[in-house]
Write a protein that binds this ligand. Sequence first.
Ligand code: HEC
Length: 123
Amino acid sequence: MKWFVVVGLLLLLPALLFAEKIPTVATKDGKVAFDEARFPAKMKAGVAILNTKCESCHSLDRIFNALETGYTISGSSFKRADLKPFVIKKMRRSDINMSTQQAAELLRTLQYLVDQDSHLAAE
Ligand code: HEC
């Protein structure tokens, strides 16, 4: 194997490993959603909220991206400690229509996603 192929594969490896950190699945209409099947039972309610309530205004990419990088596209921090204020902010939007109960489920699932990966959970 040529050296640059080896180097290329080594560079690609973290990306491949990382890509698996957020369990996603392709949907019938060609979008990407959180893969409910790969979450523990008590997270499924939160996953359903993410998949149904969080992609009407923007794609879920925005959430994948924030989870993966620890930052939102507008540059604010999206670490574990930011999740609660974030969910509260989202819940207060009049157009989301999310109950306190649903917000709690959502928060639990986002925290779970961050906790799955020490890289995501950093800070
Ligand atoms: C009613 C429309 C709407 C819905 C529903 C919605 N969002 Fe958003 N979201 C936005 C807009 C608009 C932005 C751009 C930043 C802003 O104005 O707050 C955004 C930005 C974001 C960002 C990046 C934050 C940033 O500052 O760039 C994340 C992460 C996010 N949304 C997650 C979610 C989650 C999780 C849900 C489900 C609970 C959700 N969104 C539902 C409208 C929506």
